[in-house]
Design a protein around this ligand. Structure first.
Ligand SMILES: [Zn+2]
Length: 316
């Protein structure tokens, strides 16, 4: 058994990835398993099937010292319990204990954003930093905040749901959480798609409107049309950038970080990132002495690297 290798499992909305990683986050081997919209018990079956498959014929020199798991939804990380995926899929499952019983290895679990923040501290732009914010702006918005070297969790591990801080009291932008003007309702991929639909009658000639009739419109498509000065796309994209910059300024006021590390598909759009930096050119940001940067972790495997960072906490 290798104390320098962990088995990482990342379960996202569409795929499950399993891999072996070392302490430099090198991926020694990995395998992808299709998932989809699953209940927790269906997901547990898939997790067991995938791990059974992955661990078959593993040479002894690759035998991991622990298992780290990154999951969507609410996690009680201290007790290793997967509380729910969302309120409609709620079946508290002692996943860490079940994995340990079946495979004889220590197991730690955490949610996807907390895993990503741990990965930044262990392997990424947050290395050697005690005070930084990892902010994911993708389909949704969430943050992992390190303060004084500790990841802030709150008593239910739900700290960091910053997408639901309101940044726009004037606007009429309802959020599925019940409030209005949440950052996530304006700056996330899902929020931008919803706002596009609510503006359709005001911008009938925008090509985005006809695209929205055929399905979900991705943020990268909206930014593409913004670059071509389509008025609806410009509005959605600049509002998203404004909302994100307000959110960051609020977080900086609360946590006084040295660095803000951005992840997620929206944040990594060059159009968005450039305008965001212009919006953030205010005196308050001088206190963030290491600036606002994009995550350097490869997005196609960052979930796996996050799960590995979770796994290594069992081997410290
Ligand atoms: Zn909300």
């Amino acid at each position: 058994m290798q104390q320098d290798i962990v088995l990482a499992l990342d379960l996202g909305g569409t795929k499950l990835m399993v891999g072996l990683l070392d302490r430099s986050a090198h991926i020694l081997r990995k395998k992808l398993y299709p998932s989809g919209f699953l209940t927790q018990s269906e997901a547990m079956e898939l997790i067991f099937r995938s791990l059974d498959d992955f661990l078959t014929d593993l040479p002894p020199e690759l035998r991991p010292g622990a298992i780290g798991i990154g999951l969507i939804g609410q996690i009680d990380a201290r007790n290793g319990i997967w509380k729910m995926i969302d309120p409609g899929r709620k079946n508290p499952t002692p996943i860490a204990q079940q994995i340990t019983e079946r495979y004889g290895l220590p197991c730690r679990v955490d949610n996807d954003v907390k895993s990503a923040a741990l990965a930044e501290r262990e392997f990424g732009a947050g290395k050697n930093l005690d005070d930084f914010i990892f902010l994911n702006i993708g389909t949704g918005i969430g943050a992992g905040v390190f303060s004084g070297g500790n990841l802030i969790r709150g008593w239910q591990n739900d700290a960091g749901e910053v997408g639901h801080l309101t940044v726009n009291y004037d606007g009429n932008t309802p959020c599925p959480c019940g409030r209005s003007g949440c950052a996530e309702a304006i700056a996330s991929g899902a929020g931008m798609d919803r706002r596009l639909r609510s503006f359709a009658l005001r911008y009938p000639t925008s090509p985005l409107v006809s695209l929205s009739e055929t399905g979900f419109v991705r943020a990268e498509t909206i930014f593409g049309y913004a670059k071509e000065n389509d008025p609806l796309a410009m509005r959605l994209a600049t509002d998203a950038t404004d909302a994100a910059s307000e959110l960051i300024l609020n977080l900086v006021r609360v946590f006084n970080p040295r660095k803000v590390i951005l992840g997620g598909g929206v944040a990594s759009e060059p159009w968005f990132f450039e305008l965001l930096n212009r919006r953030l050119a205010v005196p308050l940001m001088d206190s963030v002495d290491q600036g606002v940067v994009l995550s350097e972790l490869n997005p196609s495997v960052s979930g796996l690297v996050g799960a590995a960072a979770v796994g290594f906490t069992a081997l410290m």
